[in-house]
Write a protein that binds this ligand. Structure first.
Ligand code: AMP
Ligand code: MG
Length: 480
């Protein structure tokens, strides 16, 4: 196969040894129909030159990539699910396939799967993923990336020709195997499993691996577990803040769904907010609203507490861990301010001024949502209309929500916004801002994208949507 110079395999995780993962074989699928390949993501690791046949050989048959892991590895982990500890988790329908360096940054990136077959950790599960589930993950990851959220990227989706039975989809339903590209799949739950077995030695080994592989600037820290933890706290705070500014509800914030490098991944029952609503819940099985929109910061903090409890076993000084944990709320508030300022595309003034603008924006969203029976102001259009602040005032007032913005509930927000200069206002020249409505992914649209695939194997609407999300990503260019 033609491997480019930019492809640099570096299978580090396998070097941790047999306590961390189990070699597994992929399922032998009856069919392999390529449905999605992310060549932009592939280019970041030098794999965009693969032919479709080679792509399928690697991302449906899982033939090893040259110089990479010789076998897929099902990772071992435990975790809290909805606050109950479950020692029977682990990669039950996925594995780590390969690791390679990102060409531009040199950072290590994982290619890992969902739906690639059974493993020792499948329990009673079939090890499979539904095609609809795969489609939903491609959409979520795509829009999150466009909105500046640190996220895994959907890399490949191959339909696999099996008929699956699921309680939450009309069954039988079609099967697929998804591959994602992300920085590390080392979960909070990876540490929890080691703590559960009282293996301080392995926790130390894993801390060293995480620091040396992902946080090399911390290599000389006198207390590596605490230094690593402080980094994870700050990355988690930033991740949660970016979800909040994106109006994203992950749905399943269990400790096995959070990784130490602070990207979100594993998009199951996710939803984007139709409109501002702290109680909005994504997963139909989340009866208490534990992971509702407004409770995501609390979920992030709670999960960090569980990680800290593992690191207590290996840190010489607990007070450092406690101090790092207590840094979460300040880190979250600062990250939320940064994320909201970025979404409004205005130039930060730092400190209090930013915070007051952010508070005014949230107040406008909350009050504005109550107008006109709650139908008028959706989450995403508010940010789209005011992108660039005052530089967008005419556009906002002439657009579909122009009349709404004349309401007094927006006065304080508009007055504050007027005091901020636009950030990179040339972005407003992008034709995306000539449209009346932004790209959203509300549940009705997601279902409407699935229907033609399900009924007529028509992928054109999905591909058109992905192209529009890509245009939005380029237009927003949120973090420069
Ligand atoms: P998730 O909800 O995808 O994060 O999965 C939670 C746990 O259940 C993980 O250990 C998964 O590997 C496992 N799991 C979920 N669905 C399946 C399935 N269909 N087959 C095997 N394991 C599964
Ligand atoms: Mg998971």
């Amino acid at each position: 196969m033609p491997v480019s110079e930019r492809y640099r395999p570096d299978p580090r995780f396998a070097g941790l040894g047999g306590e961390f993962a189990d070699p597994v074989a992929p399922a032998d699928f009856p069919k392999t129909i390529l449905r999605f390949r992310n060549d932009r993501a592939a280019a970041t690791v030098g794999l965009e030159g693969l032919t479709d046949a080679e792509w399928i050989a690697h991302f449906a048959r899982f033939q090893p990539l040259p110089g990479n892991q010789s076998q897929p590895l099902a990772m071992r982990y435990h975790g809290h699910q909805f606050r109950s500890y479950n020692p029977e988790l682990g990669d039950g329908r996925g594995f780590l396939f390969s690791q390679q360096r990102e060409a531009q940054t040199d950072r290590l990136l994982d290619l890992a799967t969902k739906g690639s077959g059974q493993t020792p950790w499948s329990r009673h599960g079939d090890g499979r993923l539904t095609l609809k589930g795969g489609m939903r993950e491609i959409l979520a990851a795509g829009l999150l990336e466009a909105l500046g959220v640190p996220t895994s990227r959907a890399f490949s989706l191959v339909e696999t020709g099996e008929a699956l039975t699921r309680g939450d989809e009309p069954s039988p339903t079609r099967s697929a195997v998804l591959t994602r590209l992300s920085h590390s799949h080392i979960r909070f739950g990876t540490f929890q499993r080691l703590a559960y077995f009282d293996r301080a030695d392995l926790i130390t080994q894993l801390v060293d691996h995480v620091v040396e592989t992902y946080f090399p600037h911390l290599a000389d820290a006198p207390d590596r577990p605490t230094a690593m933890f402080a980094e994870v706290v700050s990355r988690t705070a930033r991740l949660v803040a970016r979800w909040m500014a994106a109006g994203f509800v992950h749905g399943v914030l269990n400790t096995d769904n959070m990784v130490v490098t602070g990207e979100s991944f594993d998009y199951g029952p996710w939803r984007f907010l139709p409109r501002n609503d702290p109680n909005f819940t994504a997963a139909y099985f989340d009866h208490s609203g534990l992971y509702s929109f407004g409770r995501q910061p609390e979920a992030g903090f709670w999960n960090l507490q569980q990680l800290a409890a593992c690191l207590v076993l290996v840190s010489p000084d607990q007070s450092g861990l406690i101090a790092a944990l207590n840094g979460f709320s300040d880190a979250y508030r600062a990250a939320l301010s940064e994320a909201m300022i970025a979404r409004l595309a205005v130039t930060s003034q730092g400190g209090e001024a930013d915070i007051e603008l952010v508070n005014a924006a949230f107040k406008a969203l909350a009050e504005g949502t109550k107008l006109d029976g709650g139908e008028a102001l959706r989450w995403e259009p508010f940010f789209f209309d005011w992108f660039g602040g005052e530089a967008s005032e005419a556009r906002a007032l002439e657009g579909p929500r122009g009349k709404l913005y004349q309401d007094p509930v927006f006065a304080a927000f508009r007055a504050r916004l007027a005091g901020f200069a636009p950030d990179r206002p040339e972005r407003l020249e992008n034709p995306v801002f000539g449209q009346c409505e932004p790209e959203e992914l509300l549940i009705d649209e997601v279902e409407a994208l699935w229907t033609p695939i399900s009924e007529a194997d028509d992928w054109a609407p999905l591909n058109a949507k992905l192209a529009r999300i890509e245009s939005a990503r380029i237009a927003y260019n949120l973090y420069g």
